[in-house]
Design a binder for this molecule. Structure first.
Ligand SMILES: *[C@@H]1O[C@H](CO)[C@@H](O)[C@H](O)[C@H]1NC(C)=O
Ligand SMILES: *[C@@H]1O[C@H](CO)[C@@H](O)[C@H](O)[C@H]1NC(C)=O
Ligand SMILES: *[C@@H]1O[C@H](CO)[C@@H](O)[C@H](O)[C@H]1NC(C)=O
Ligand SMILES: *[C@@H]1O[C@H](CO)[C@@H](O)[C@H](O)[C@H]1NC(C)=O
Ligand SMILES: *[C@@H]1O[C@H](CO)[C@@H](O)[C@H](O)[C@H]1NC(C)=O
Ligand SMILES: *[C@@H]1O[C@H](CO)[C@@H](O)[C@H](O)[C@H]1NC(C)=O
Ligand SMILES: *[C@@H]1O[C@H](CO)[C@@H](O)[C@H](O)[C@H]1NC(C)=O
Ligand SMILES: *[C@@H]1O[C@H](CO)[C@@H](O)[C@H](O)[C@H]1NC(C)=O
Ligand SMILES: *[C@@H]1O[C@H](CO)[C@@H](O)[C@H](O)[C@H]1NC(C)=O
Length: 757
């Protein structure tokens, strides 16, 4: 009944888990933390991984598991298991990983693990284990044994383990190992493979000298492993003959602060200040040395480890490495160092040619360590194989001096959080022809000149975040055509012109423009259009905001701009047309306009006007002789005299011709005499005067225009003059003749016409 009930519950749980996506497929089940008291036998046959952690299984026996031949990973972390019987794992014997962490196991059936022939990882962390002498002869495929946080006092492994061909990791952290004897390491020595041994956080007091002789370890972790400084000193000395690839040393907690007065800390290995010679070499073939977080305040003397390739000197606890005169003196006999990591220390004083002799150095990390450069110029001298340089946040102010000379192989350069003096940036990078990654964030850069990237044509990643850039014109240069990632977030960019956008590097696939004051106005529609249509390339497009509003640039409505633009264009075209038309009209009718303006100025009505002349004579200057000799002579000297208005005589000086014609001639005379000749018809002024005269008398309807035909003009030509032809047809005119008789009649008729009211 109870099993049945269990089935129902399991089904509920699996369906619940499926809904919640916790059953990733048929192979992996998780029912962690569900207060289950037994493992349901309705589990599918195919299950490969079962996470049963944080439940309640007080004891395990043969019936605890249904037959699950495919089960490989079983996690029973913190299931309150106290009792494990011999045949418990019989039904799940193909397990490769068994995790029993955090169970208060009081009884371990002596043969219980032996059914697990395929087991590769066995995790018995915090299970109250007091010895490594487990009965697990049959676990020949075991690779990892993790037995941290127990009460184990001896690191001696059971003898049969020397035949475990794949065994490569023994984690004994946080146990109670205080003494290591030569006998304890017999099996380790026999294994003789790429083992990782973790002894951190034990209470080592004594290691029998030679206990580690001829042992070869891939990694050796001994952070916080010693009860005291003396013990540490003694134990490290006793490690003579050990070969290690990677050594992890230091302390997790700052238990033992170095007494500087004492002078020596890790005697023989690490020492404060300068040590002249080393007594002996505790490690063979040490390739990597990790120091930290430690209480060290000096570089350890390591020049006795010529095999060293990697030195990591981390000081995450914010203390205290302060070096005055780095660094070559420390590394005189370690020419093989490829990797040096001095990051996050306090202060390093760099002397002349600090890294000389370290020709093979490929990685140098000094970030977040204050560098005091004595000789800036030769700082990186000789590092011709350097590929990776991190000098971010090292308080350097770069000048135009050639700090990066001869770094021909440098591919990664990180220099964020420093500053540049003047236009130093334009010169500094010239010779870094291999550079692929360049980080210049947070450097207060306002402008990047076109020269800056002349030599660096392979840059693929360019980080320029948190500067003060406004213009990105350098992107259009062919030097940056390999660029794939560009970060210019948190700058002062308002827009990028179209010609730059069109020439962006073809392979650019990551472009971070976020947190810039983007100008979202209709004048920038090209740019905004580009933003909207390149969101797949842009990092965090949702954080690209418009400067004045809180709108996202991607929400900007370009169509409204298009409408506005169209309207503006139409209006401008209309306006221009009107202006052109008006100018034409004004030009064409300028005299009439002047006439109108004069009329509008408030001219007295012609009737009431006191005319100063009897007649205004319109004539061509070619006919001046006739006018002076004949017309003026005959009219002005007769009785009564007729006062003529002649432009060359009567027009006021200083007044425009048009106003003279209007004021003096047409308005100031009672009648108009028009002297028609070939020249008259050809003269624009005459035609104009005639037209004005007509417009004046059009209103008065009196025959005030007297036409004199001085010479015959073809009819066709008279049509050229506005209304003249019509006028001649409708009205009588006087024709000048040299014949004395008709001449006399002519003058009589003319005088009569003038004096006639
Ligand atoms: C498990 O049982 C405890 C009490 O025994 C209860 O407080 C807790 O809520 C239960 N958890 C679940 C997931 O049912
Ligand atoms: C468990 O197995 C071991 C050998 O594998 C045997 O010596 C022991 O008697 C067994 N215990 C029980 C309770 O069956
Ligand atoms: C251990 O392996 C031996 C030989 O393969 C076998 O006889 C024995 O039954 C195994 N022990 C268990 C508990 O399966
Ligand atoms: C550690 O081992 C010593 C004996 O070597 C023992 O006296 C001490 O109680 C052990 N400590 C713990 C916490 O088990
Ligand atoms: C140790 O591992 C390296 C590579 O990880 C391998 O080349 C070497 O042969 C291994 N040595 C032994 C003794 O297994
Ligand atoms: C140097 O060490 C620091 C701290 O452990 C680490 O974050 C950094 O990645 C290391 N540098 C390199 C180049 O590996
Ligand atoms: C680049 O290299 C040339 C030739 O080695 C050198 O003259 C020049 O000063 C170098 N420029 C920089 C900025 O390092
Ligand atoms: C460094 O560059 C030189 C040529 O400039 C080359 O011969 C050498 O192999 C490079 N070194 C490395 C480690 O790539
Ligand atoms: C762009 O990427 C492709 C494929 O990765 C590469 O073949 C091409 O040379 C790159 N173009 C440029 C200009 O770097």
């Amino acid at each position: 009944l109870s099993m049945h009930h269990g089935n129902v519950r399991w089904k509920q749980i699996t369906s619940l888990l499926k809904q919640k996506g916790e059953v990733t497929d048929n192979m992996e089940y998780s029912c962690s933390g569900r207060n289950l008291t037994h493992i349901p036998n309705s589990l599918p046959f195919t299950v490969m991984s079962l996470d049963f952690s944080f439940n309640f299984l007080s004891s395990l026996h043969k019936c605890a598991f249904p037959v699950l031949v495919n089960l490989q990973v079983l996690d029973l972390t913190r299931c309150h298991i106290k009792h494990i019987e011999n045949d418990t794992f019989y039904n799940v014997k193909n397990l490769t990983t068994l995790i029993l962490t955090g169970n208060p196991i009081t009884y371990f059936g002596p043969g219980c693990l032996n059914s697990l022939h395929n087991l590769q990882r066995l995790v018995l962390v915090d299970v109250g284990l007091s010895s490594l002498q487990l009965q697990m002869n049959n676990l020949t495929k075991l690779q990892e044994l993790r037995v941290g946080t127990n009460n184990i006092q001896s690191m001696s492994l059971p003898p049969f383990m020397s035949t475990f061909k794949d065994f490569s990791l023994l984690d004994l952290h946080a146990n109670n190992i205080s003494i290591i004897k030569t006998d304890d390491t017999v099996v380790l020595r026999e294994i003789g493979r790429n083992m990782t041994l973790i002894l951190s956080r034990n209470l080592l007091l004594h290691i029998e000298p030679g206990a580690f002789k001829d042992i070869y370890l891939k990694e050796f972790h001994i952070q916080s492993s010693f009860v005291s400084l003396n013990a540490q000193k003694e134990c490290l000395e006793a490690l003579t003959g050990l070969s290690v690839d990677k050594l992890f040393i230091g302390s997790y907690r700052m238990q033992w602060k170095v007494k500087v007065s004492n002078g020596s800390y890790l005697d023989g290995l690490l020492k404060k200040g300068y040590i002249k010679s080393m007594e002996y070499i505790p490690f063979h073939r040490l390739k990597e040395l990790y120091l930290g977080p430690t209480t060290l305040s000096a570089v350890p003397l390591i020049s006795h480890i010529p095999s060293l390739e990697k030195l990591v000197f981390v000081d995450l606890s914010g203390n205290f490495l302060i070096l005055k005169d780095c660094c070559s003196q420390f590394f005189q006999r370690t020419p093989n160092i490829h990797y040096m990591n001095f990051s996050q220390n306090t202060e390093i004083g760099i002397a002349d040619k600090p890294f000389s002799g370290l020709d093979l150095l490929e990685v140098l990390d000094l970030h977040r360590t204050k560098l005091v450069l004595v000789f800036y110029f030769g700082f990186l001298h000789g590092l011709k194989n350097l590929k990776y340089l991190d000098i971010s946040y090292t308080s350097i102010t770069f000048t135009r001096q050639m700090i990066f000379q001869n770094l021909n192989n440098l591919t990664v350069l990180k220099m964020a959080g420093n500053s540049f003096h003047g236009d130093a940036l334009s010169y500094l990078l010239q010779n870094l022809t291999c550079l692929e990654v360049l980080a210049l964030s947070h450097c207060g850069i306002e402008e990047i000149s076109r020269r800056s990237f002349i030599g660096t044509q392979k840059i693929r990643y360019l980080y320029l975040s948190q500067n003060k850039l406004m213009i990105l014109d350098f992107l259009a240069l062919p030097n940056l055509k390999q660029l794939t990632s560009l970060y210019v977030d948190k700058n002062s960019i308002t827009s990028i012109p179209l010609h730059v956008l069109q020439k962006l590097p073809t392979n650019l696939s990551e472009f971070d423009l976020s947190s810039n004051p983007i100008d979202c106005s209709c004048s920038q529609t090209d740019f905004i259009w580009w933003i909207i249509h390149n969101q797949n390339m842009l990092k965090q497009p949702e954080n690209i905001f418009c400067k004045t509003t809180d709108f996202r640039a991607t929400d900007f409505d370009i169509d409204s701009c298009v409408h506005k633009k169209r309207l503006t264009i139409v209006l401008s075209v209309c306006f221009v047309t009107v202006v052109v038309l008006l100018s034409f009209l004004v030009y064409r009718f300028q005299f009439y306009l002047q006439y109108c303006s004069i009329l509008l100025r408030g001219y007295r009505s012609p009737g009431q006007q006191e005319c100063s002349y009897d007649a205004f004579v319109i004539f061509s200057s070619y006919d001046e002789v006739w006018v002076m000799n004949e017309l003026m002579e005959n009219l002005e000297n007769s009785v009564p005299p007729i006062q003529l208005c002649l432009h060359m005589r009567d027009f006021q000086a200083g007044k425009s011709i048009a106003s003279n014609i209007i004021d003096e001639g047409i308005m100031g005379s009672r009648k108009i005499i028009v002297v028609v000749s070939q020249h008259f018809i050809d003269s624009a002024w005459c035609r104009f005067e005639f037209e004005l005269a007509q417009s004046r008398f059009m209103m008065e309807r009196s025959a005030n225009i007297i036409i004199i035909i001085l010479e015959d003009v073809e009819e066709r030509k008279t049509k050229k003059v506005f209304e003249l032809h019509k006028h001649l047809k409708k009205n009588t005119y006087l024709k000048w003749s040299r014949d004395p008789l008709s001449n006399m009649r002519f003058w009589m008729r003319l005088r009569k016409a003038i004096l006639d009211h």
